[in-house]
Write a new protein. Structure first.
Length: 342
C-alpha cells in the first residue's frame, strides 16, 4: 500500500516536471519569436532610415548639382554679357591726314578723374545768367588741313554769327594762318588747347605752362595774336594749375560725341549718315547758355554743324562766341573760374 502511494507520487512528480518543461519551452519559443520580430522590425527601421538618408543624400546632391549648374550658367551668362558689353563696334579712321592729329590719337574728350573736370560758365563765379536764346559752339584740335574748318566758317559767315576755336599749337603753321586770320576777321574767339594734347592732370605746373606758352608763341608767330582762353585737353586741369595760369578755363556742357560717332561708324556708314547721327545726338541736348563741344578737323563734324546751325537759327537761337556768352569782350581776368566740379 505504501509502495503504491510512492509510485503515484513519482508519477505525479514526473507529470509536473513534464508540464513545467513544456511550459518553459513554449514560453522560450514565444520570446524568441518576439525577439525575431523585434529584430526584423529594427532591421526594417534601420533599412528605412538608411533608405531615407540615401534619398536625402541623393536629393542634396541633386540640389547641389542643380545649384552648381545654375551658378555656372549664371557665371557664363554674366561673362557673356561682359564680353558683349566690351565688344562695342570700333573702326579706325585713316581716310585723311586729320586722323594723325593729337586729338585722333587721344581716346576721348570726356572728363576723367582729376582735381577739376568739365567746367560750365553758366555756373561760374561772377557769371551773369544769359538772356535770350544763345548758344556757344566751340571747336577743338584745329585748324583742319582739308577744309572742314573753312566749311564751318562759311556757315558762320553766311549766318553772321560767331564761334570759338581752341587751337592745338603743333597744328598752327604758315599754311593754317589764313584760316585762323579768317576766324579773327569773323569775330570768333581764339583759344589755347595745349601744344600736343597731353593730360594736364599728369603734368607739373611748369610743364603745363610750357604747353600754353608754346602754343601762344606759334599763334603769334603766324597770325600776330595770342589765345585769350584755355581749354585743357579732356577737360582736365588741377586747382593749382588753374589758379596760376591766370586765363579763363573754358570747357563744355553739351558733348556732340562727333569723334566717337565717326570712329565707330566710318567703315559701315556714309559721311552723311554719321553727320546725321551727330546732329540727332546733339540737338536733344541744346539749351540756352550751353557750350557745345565739337572738333573742326572732321568733315562729318562740319556737315553736322551746318545742319545744327540752320535748325537752331530757325528756332530763334543766336550762335555766339564764348566772350559774347559771358557778356564781355575782355576775359583776361585773374584766377577767374568758370564752372563746377562734376
Amino acid at each position: 500500500m505504501k509502495l503504491q502511494k510512492n509510485f503515484y507520487r513519482l508519477i505525479s512528480f514526473i507529470l509536473v516536471l513534464t508540464f513545467v518543461f513544456s511550459f518553459t519551452a513554449c514560453t522560450a519559443g514565444t520570446d524568441e519569436s518576439s525577439l525575431s520580430e523585434s529584430s526584423a522590425d529594427s532591421s526594417s527601421v534601420v533599412e528605412s532610415q538608411s533608405s531615407t538618408a540615401e534619398e536625402s543624400t541623393d536629393s542634396s546632391e541633386t540640389t547641389e548639382s542643380s545649384e552648381e549648374e545654375s551658378s555656372v550658367e549664371a557665371s557664363e551668362s554674366e561673362s557673356s554679357e561682359i564680353v558683349s558689353s566690351m565688344e562695342e563696334p570700333s573702326s579706325e579712321d585713316d581716310s585723311s591726314v586729320e586722323e594723325n592729329s593729337s586729338e585722333a590719337s587721344a581716346s576721348s574728350e570726356e572728363p576723367s578723374s582729376g582735381d577739376i573736370s568739365v567746367l560750365n560758365p553758366y555756373y561760374g563765379t561772377d557769371i551773369k545768367p544769359v538772356e535770350g536764346k544763345v548758344i556757344a559752339f566751340t571747336f577743338d584740335d584745329g585748324p583742319s588741313y582739308t577744309g572742314s574748318t573753312n566749311k564751318i566758317l562759311d556757315k558762320l559767315e553766311e549766318l553772321g554769327m560767331k564761334a570759338t576755336f581752341f587751337m592745338v599749337g603743333e597744328r598752327v603753321s604758315s599754311s593754317a594762318a589764313p584760316t585762323i586770320k579768317r576766324m579773327i576777321e569773323l569775330g570768333c574767339d581764339i583759344g589755347n588747347h595745349s601744344y600736343n594734347h597731353p593730360n594736364f592732370n599728369k603734368m607739373t605746373y611748369a610743364e603745363v605752362q610750357k604747353q600754353i606758352d608754346d602754343t601762344n608763341t606759334n599763334l603769334f608767330k603766324h597770325t600776330g595774336v595770342k589765345a585769350t582762353l584755355i581749354r585743357p585737353p579732356y577737360g582736365n586741369i588741377t586747382e593749382n594749375q588753374m589758379a596760376n595760369l591766370h586765363t579763363p578755363i573754358i570747357c563744355w556742357d553739351i558733348d556732340s560725341k562727333d569723334w566717337e560717332f565717326r570712329s565707330n561708324h566710318l567703315k559701315t556708314h556714309s559721311s552723311e549718315q554719321i553727320a546725321q547721327m551727330i546732329y540727332d545726338y546733339t540737338i536733344k541736348q541744346v539749351h540756352s547758355g550751353g557750350i557745345v563741344l565739337m572738333h573742326d578737323i572732321y568733315d562729318t563734324t562740319a556737315d553736322a554743324f551746318c545742319m545744327l546751325a540752320d535748325e537752331l537759327v530757325a528756332q530763334g537761337y543766336t550762335l555766339v562766341s564764348i566772350s559774347e556768352l559771358l557778356g564781355t569782350e575782355k576775359l583776361m581776368c585773374t584766377t577767374i573760374k568758370y564752372g563746377f566740379k562734376w
